[in-house]
Design a protein around this ligand. Structure first.
Ligand SMILES: Cc1cc2nc3c(=O)[nH]c(=O)nc-3n(C[C@H](O)[C@H](O)[C@H](O)COP(=O)(O)O)c2cc1C
Length: 491
């Protein structure tokens, strides 16, 4: 049994790019009559369509209604920021598909995606890029652009009939399609139902020693985006609401208002925008309907794209939104702080130290995790599940003297190790720049940047560096290029 477990672990935790690479791409299928939900109906545009301008045929009218946004307390892997609350929504139109590269290219004349294919979802677009695309496409099609951009401030004209991002509430309502379960496919989701890191189905973290308990067994990990519409749609006829790429929404990240609200638009200001649904390299737990991922509005990722929305009624008023991000510049006095279990992160930190001359600080625990690999896998997932804050045995004497913290850690279960969470909670990072680097076995940052930005919302997040294991012979060059990108000069 022990040998079988060890073997399974070896396979399971071969985070390297051992590819199953089977990218089955089907033609988008048409949702059948069975897509109707009892209390959430899908109708085709009728004469009540307010705009004379025809809607693209792959948009669906979502009839408004009231739903519970957020997750039930009993939902495994939920976070505190998913407080359930009632939301009432008006009708809106939403695209059946994630925005494709062909659609982006046709309007913007460029394609920033990491993977290449007309019918693949566009990715590597920042929130600001997404807003620009919406306006540019509206103009091209003779619609009124929705957004007015003034530096980091963006105002949304709710009466405009152009393309826009869904609000966070609209996105979740459309994704759930009447369900209140972790996924719109009910209590689990398989790699045949969505494009994600199929080796890590829901609850794998707790069940890797006894897979018999798993509702969904590990499946294929495709290591790429796939053509939009490759899987069955949800009950509203929408494809890829879980997986493929995460999808930017309008809202700044913040705690939910818990009273009942109508057409909420999120906080008026903030530092990170929300994105939803998870992508091709996320674990199932981060595909949940209620899971809230965040990044600064000018950040982009190969795991993150968008889906378009249009008004279905006559909206009114403006939604103002401004950034509260301080204009932190990386540089100044630098500290390199890192946690390392097996030495890879330490080696990268030492290379950064060699190139910058900055001070080095290793985050250490009063009671370190086991040095045995199988045991630490178990301890780490349990610590993450419980959101432990292990006591640290060393402390930065005077954090106020540093302007930039280069923060390193290994990717553990698609997030940060809990001693890094203890470190982030110990100090005031307001106005400081955190420049993250991460050693990983194939998952790059996973959801670790979301975890960091949620913990230190008042810090500026610099460009990150994801290093495969110890980085190999290219490490020195990669570190140099990344430091330059962050305007961190050499000693
Ligand atoms: C507990 C544990 C969990 C891990 N989870 C992931 C993961 O989710 N994704 C990934 O790409 N690599 C994962 N890895 C691999 C490590 O990120 C990788 O080996 C890294 O280089 C370790 O850095 P270190 O030597 O500084 O500890 C995990 C390793 C351990 C020990």
């Amino acid at each position: 049994m022990k040998r079988i477990s060890a073997l399974f672990l070896a396979i399971l935790l071969t985070f390297a790019l051992a590819g199953c690479g089977n990218t089955e791409q089907r033609e988008p299928s048409t949702p059948s009559e069975s897509t109707q939900q009892p209390n959430q109906t899908v109708t085709v545009p009728t004469e009540s369509t307010p705009s004379e301008i025809a809607l693209p045929e792959d948009f669906v009218l979502i009839n408004g209604g009231t739903f519970q946004m957020g997750s039930l307390e009993s939902e495994a892997w939920r976070s505190e920021d998913e407080t359930a609350h009632a939301v009432a929504l008006s009708d809106f139109y939403i695209s059946r598909y994630e925005l494709t590269q062909a659609e982006y290219q046709a309007v913007m004349g460029e394609n920033p995606s990491s993977f290449s294919g007309d019918n693949l979802p566009v990715e590597n677009v920042s929130w600001m890029d997404a807003i620009s695309y919406c306006n540019a496409r509206s103009t091209q099609e003779g619609l009124t652009p929705v957004y007015v951009v003034d530096g980091q401030s963006v105002s949304w004209d709710r009466s405009a009939n152009g393309y826009r991002l869904p609000t966070e509430a609209e996105w979740e309502y459309a994704c759930r399609a009447g369900t209140d379960t972790p996924f719109n496919t009910q209590t689990s989701i398989s790699a045949e139902e969505a494009n994600y890191w199929g080796h890590y189905p829901y609850l794998i973290e707790d069940n890797y020693f006894s897979q018999g308990n798993l509702e969904t067994k590990p499946g294929v990990y495709r290591q790429t985006t796939v053509a939009v519409g490759s899987f069955d749609p949800n009950a509203l006829g929408l494809y890829d609401m879980h997986g493929n790429v995460g999808e930017w929404v309008w809202d700044w990240y913040g705690s939910y208002e818990t009273g009942e609200q109508t057409d909420p638009t999120g906080p008026a200001s903030g530092t990170r925008r929300v994105y939803r649904g998870g992508g091709w390299n996320d674990f199932a737990k981060n595909l949940r309907s209620a899971y809230r991922a965040t990044l600064p509005p000018d950040s982009a990722s190969y795991n993150l794209g968008l889906r378009l929305v249009r008004n279905a009624g006559t909206g009114s008023g403006n939604v103002e939104s401004s950034s509260t991000q301080s204009n932190g510049q990386s540089g100044g006095n630098i500290l390199i702080a890192y946690y390392s279990w097996g030495g890879n992160t330490r080696g990268i930190a030492q290379e950064i130290q060699r190139q910058t001359g900055a001070e080095l600080f290793e985050i250490e625990m009063v009671t370190p995790y086991s040095t045995d690999y199988n045991t630490v896998l178990d301890q780490a997932q349990e610590a993450q599940n419980n959101q432990d804050r292990p006591e640290l045995s060393n402390h930065v004497e005077d954090m106020s003297q540093y302007d930039t913290i280069i923060l390193g850690y290994p990717n553990w279960w698609a997030s940060i190790p809990m001693p890094v969470a203890s470190f982030l909670e110990e100090y005031d990072f307001t106005g400081k720049t955190i420049v993250p680097f991460c050693s990983h076995g194939g998952g790059r940052f996973g959801q670790s940047l979301t975890a960091i930005t949620k913990m230190v919302p008042d810090a500026v997040l610099g460009e990150g560096l994801a290093v495969s294991y110890s980085g190999g012979s290219g490490l020195s060059e990669d570190v140099a290029a990344w430091l330059e990108e962050n305007n961190i000069s050499f000693e």
